[in-house]
Write a protein that binds this ligand. Structure first.
Ligand code: GRF
Length: 220
């Protein structure tokens, strides 16, 4: 937390286990991150992350995509839910839905996502197995701003991990997640302190446009 930090009202969107959500809960509780998690929203009622939120005393909402006829109707319901909490920042933490342009524009430059790959390599799903199949030596995860194009918004922070010869997708996933739990709260800390901005479709750190993501380093 820096001197310029202020509590930024934040909604965290999840679909599953919520280990990244837990990293935000822990970093906030430990005073490392100056955000106020005003709501956790899941698109699945059985997401374990909802329990993590409840345990931490955070309000939860469930907006299930299966209850809506199409993506536009679902996103409209999502916006209606989010607006009740007036978030200044949306953090997608394993939220497995593609957002419509309407929602992305509504929160333009205020949505963060983490993608389990060294973007721009390996956008999309099943990244760990694809990385193993391709014989890559390095893998990792990238925090980026969300734009209308999937996994293509300007990147911010990237954490790398080695790929070992006998890795399974599960082993690699665990290694990637461990680094995610460090870099994602750190990227949010850069945002809450005002050091990180989204301008003209690019990420800016300390007033300088980022041409590539900052490699993982301890910024706390
Ligand atoms: C993370 O690995 C993240 O990169 C991807 O979804 C996963 C979510 O895991 N977008 P968790 O729910 O935070 O444990």
């Amino acid at each position: 937390m820096t001197q310029n930090s202020r509590q930024v009202s934040t909604a965290i969107l999840i679909s599953g286990s919520g280990t990244n959500l837990q990293a935000f809960i822990d970093a906030t509780r430990d005073g490392l991150l100056d955000l106020s998690i005003v709501v956790v929203v899941s698109n699945r009622a059985d997401a374990y992350g909802l329990m993590r939120a409840v345990d931490a005393g955070i309000t939860t909402e469930c907006v299930q995509n299966k209850d809506y006829p199409n993506r536009a109707a679902f996103d409209e319901a999502l916006v209606d839910t989010l607006e009740k909490y007036e978030p200044e920042l949306l953090i997608l933490a394993g939220f497995m839905r593609i957002l419509t342009a309407t929602l992305v524009q509504r929160y333009d430059g205020k949505i963060l996502n983490i993608h389990p790959a060294l973007l721009p390599n390996y956008p999309g799903l099943n990244t760990h197995q694809r990385v193993i199949d391709a014989g890559e030596k390095w893998h990792g995860s990238t925090v980026h701003f969300v734009t209308e194009e999937l996994d293509a918004g300007p990147s911010i922070l990237q954490g790398r991990v080695p790929v070992f010869a006998n890795d399974t997708a599960d082993m690699l996933s665990a290694r990637v997640q461990a680094i995610e739990h460090k870099i994602y709260p750190q990227a949010a800390a850069l945002f809450t302190s005002g050091r990180l901005e989204y301008k003209n479709g690019k990420s800016w750190l300390d007033g300088v446009q980022l041409d590539k993501p900052v490699q993982y380093d301890d910024v706390f």
